[in-house]
Design a protein around this ligand. Structure first.
Ligand SMILES: NC(=O)c1ccc[n+]([C@@H]2O[C@H](COP(=O)([O-])OP(=O)(O)OC[C@H]3O[C@@H](n4cnc5c(N)ncnc54)[C@H](O)[C@@H]3O)[C@@H](O)[C@H]2O)c1
Length: 457
């Protein structure tokens, strides 16, 4: 091992390394807290002054990270946060966790990575380890990050160290967290890999080395493409079941009793979040540059992208039974976050469903304990909304409740008892009721609106 690498390795192993995390969002804040909890001194860098102020006040804005932990670590001097990139000069290691969205054209938007890396490069010192964690296409670390970091003459793999390690956090998952999800690591050189492995080894239970950053980048895209394609498959099966008069939820529940060779995925109103709807398109964009047409990704994208429309069709079908139309119907949307028990509404299919319903003349309100307000600019309805409490009075005011996110906080018995009509896209309501319609299932036997008298004759 070179003297530079050996020196850094010694600092990491002795937990004397000063570590940094750039981008303190859903990925970066839990990582920074985990490093600090494990005895490293961590500096978080983010351009968002509100996040910096919150961390320094000891407040967490990420539901999976308790404020008490942030408070204790800040008070201890283990965790600090700043918007000033000159802090990079004091750091031994830097993990980059900035967003990687898509442009409207479905091309990768690398602007956050580029701007973060340019800012790091201005203050980069020899012997620093830089690890990109943002999900991105294979080749990014060596084709984009490396040249930007080398701009002032330092050489990757010689003067400083470079690796890619995909973040696999699953917000809201009570079992798997930053510490116990194995971390895949690909270094530019064996020394880079060894250093990255040592860094994660301080705070993460299992580290899985792979041969290069490119392989590590591809691992993440395989994982998320796997999910997108399987969700696309089950969504297609759901639409098929609807036509065939079969309940897809019953089918998946029975299929998953097979102890091998099957893994359950569930249908829903569409894909959401920062990962599954986006990451596969990073891969297809790169593959197309090599003349390769990735068919599964495009097909899954088409099927999943059509699910908000299928949801609106289901709501129209349900209203139709009570001789009502979407136009003028009062619909309560239960759940804005893209999945259960979290507050993240990025790319949420609820927003698409709401926009489509609004276009057809429905009058909307919503309930989501994790999303207190919804600004007009966030959805295609063009008006501000605030979450309502689901109680008897609220249910009496609407023609239909559409369950788009199955938060555990919702009282489904109360919804069944009080709502005139329900469209359940998540199988949140297990029993059969004549006024509960499910995505991917035939209309309930004796389907009727609970209070058909409220419908026009
Ligand atoms: N959220 C997830 O569940 C998840 C899971 C796995 C991987 N990822 C990937 O991790 C990356 C980060 O995702 P996230 O959900 O944490 O995003 P996020 O939006 O929650 O956080 C990103 C943070 O980066 C900051 N930022 C943006 N540009 C910056 C810059 N130039 N310098 C410093 N800070 C900057 C933002 O202010 C924000 O606080 C993405 O590539 C995403 O695909 C996310």
């Amino acid at each position: 091992m070179s003297p530079n690498a050996a020196q850094l390795l010694g600092r990491i192993q002795a937990r004397r390394a000063r570590v940094g995390v750039v981008g303190l969002g859903y990925v970066g804040l839990p990582l920074a807290v985990e490093f600090a909890r494990n005895g490293l001194t961590c500096t978080g860098i983010d351009l968002d002054a509100r996040k910096i102020a919150a961390v320094m006040r000891g407040e967490s804005y990420i539901p999976d990270v308790p404020s008490a932990d942030v408070q204790a670590l800040v008070a201890d001097g283990r965790l600090t946060a700043t918007s000033d990139f000159s802090a990079v000069a004091e750091l031994d290691t830097i993990n980059i966790c900035v967003p990687t969205p898509l442009r409207k054209t479905k091309d990768p938007d690398m602007s956050y990575i580029v701007s973060a890396v340019e800012a790091i490069a201005m203050h980069l010192r020899p012997r620093t380890l830089v690890i990109l964690e943002s999900t991105t296409y294979p080749g990014t670390t060596e084709e984009v990050v490396q040249p930007l970091l080398e701009v002032n003459g330092l050489r990757a793999g010689v003067d400083f160290f470079l690796a890619f390690s995909p973040e696999r956090v699953d917000p809201g998952n009570g079992t798997y967290n930053t510490r116990n999800v194995p971390k895949v690591v690909g270094g530019m050189t064996p020394e880079c890999a060894e250093l990255a492995r040592a860094l994660y080894g301080t705070s993460i239970d299992t580290v899985i080395p792979v041969s290069s950053p490119r392989v590590a980048e591809m691992v993440k895209l395989l994982e998320n493409t796997f999910r997108a394609v399987n969700i696309g498959l089950v969504n297609e099966i759901a639409l098929m079941c609807d036509k065939l008069g079969i309940d897809v939820w019953e089918v998946v529940d029975a299929a998953k009793t097979k102890p091998f060779g099957f893994m359950p995925f569930y249908p829903g109103p569409g894909l959401g979040g920062h990962c599954i709807p986006i990451d596969p398109f990073y891969l297809s964009w790169k593959a197309k540059q090599y003349g390769f047409e990735p068919r599964f990704i495009e097909l899954a994208g088409n099927v999943n992208g059509a699910m908000p429309h299928a949801t609106v069709d289901k709501i129209a079908e349900a209203l139709n039974v009570g001789k009502q139309s979407l136009n003028g119907a009062r619909i309560l949307i239960a759940g804005i976050a893209y999945k259960r028990d979290i507050d993240d509404m990025r790319e949420s299919p609820s927003l698409d469903v709401m926009g489509l319903l609004h276009q057809k003349g429905a009058r909307l309100c919503y309930a989501d304990p994790y999303v207190p307000t919804l600004a007009a600019r966030s959805w295609l309805g063009g008006y501000d909304l605030a979450s309502v409490q689901i109680d008897l009075a609220a249910l009496a005011e609407v023609d239909c409740v559409a369950i788009l996110t199955d938060h555990r906080a919702f009282d489904y018995d109360a919804i069944v008892a009080g709502a005139p009509l329900i469209v359940d896209t998540r199988n949140a309501i297990k029993q059969v009721h004549p006024h509960v319609f499910k995505l991917g299932a035939p209309a309930p036997a004796h389907a009727q609106a609970w209070r058909p008298s409220t419908a026009p004759a």
